[in-house]
Design a protein around this ligand. Sequence first.
Ligand code: SAM
Length: 224
Amino acid sequence: MTDLDKLAAQREIGERIGVFAEAMHASETQELRELERQALEEGVPIIRPHTRGLIQCILEMAAPERILEIGTAVGYSALVMHTYAPGPCKIVTIEKDHARAAQARDNFARFGAEGITLMEGDAADILQELDGPFDFIFLDAAKGQYIRYLPDIIRLLPPGGVLLTDNVLKEGEILESKFVVKRRDRTIHKRMREYLTAISRDPRLRTVLMETGDGAALSVKRRI
Ligand code: SAM
């Protein structure tokens, strides 16, 4: 077996594990299932079931009282966090697309989710003005911008605070050399690599990269 064959076999196993793991996370409330179905039908990119499972575990472990989400879309993941937070919890979520923000507001009202505050605008501007701490930050917006948000994210996390970054592997493309990546995707590829290096090497964080969903990075702010 050549090295390339081994790589292909490993990738296939990785993909099969991914499909298996996603199938394990089928259960959720009827209301959330309906919202998920609607979002997928309208082509809105929302968290995958495996990522939802990871978020549910984080909520139980960290029992956050204040959550910050960057990238609301129509409010699905914010409502997952609202539904599964084990105790009283305030959620601030940021969305820059007006139509999506309006849909999210309607969904929050329909779910009676008064603990969720939507901030409409560009996360780069809003983050600078925000005061923390947020015990759990879920980063799920424009992948090329994550590196810009990092200084504010670290400022907003208390010691022991958790940062979950979604879609960090871009279907495995991030592992490839930039020369294999299509020219139009090279900037995002470079910035995501910079971001992953930064969260992995920053002495204030402990970070682990996972294959969850489309790749997730779990970071904890160290208690030093
Ligand atoms: N977290 C959502 C969920 O799982 O239900 C999905 C979020 S979707 C992947 C990413 C969202 O981030 C999009 O709705 C997009 O409009 C928003 N976004 C992109 N760049 C942004 C920015 N600079 N500031 C705020 N929101 C942004």
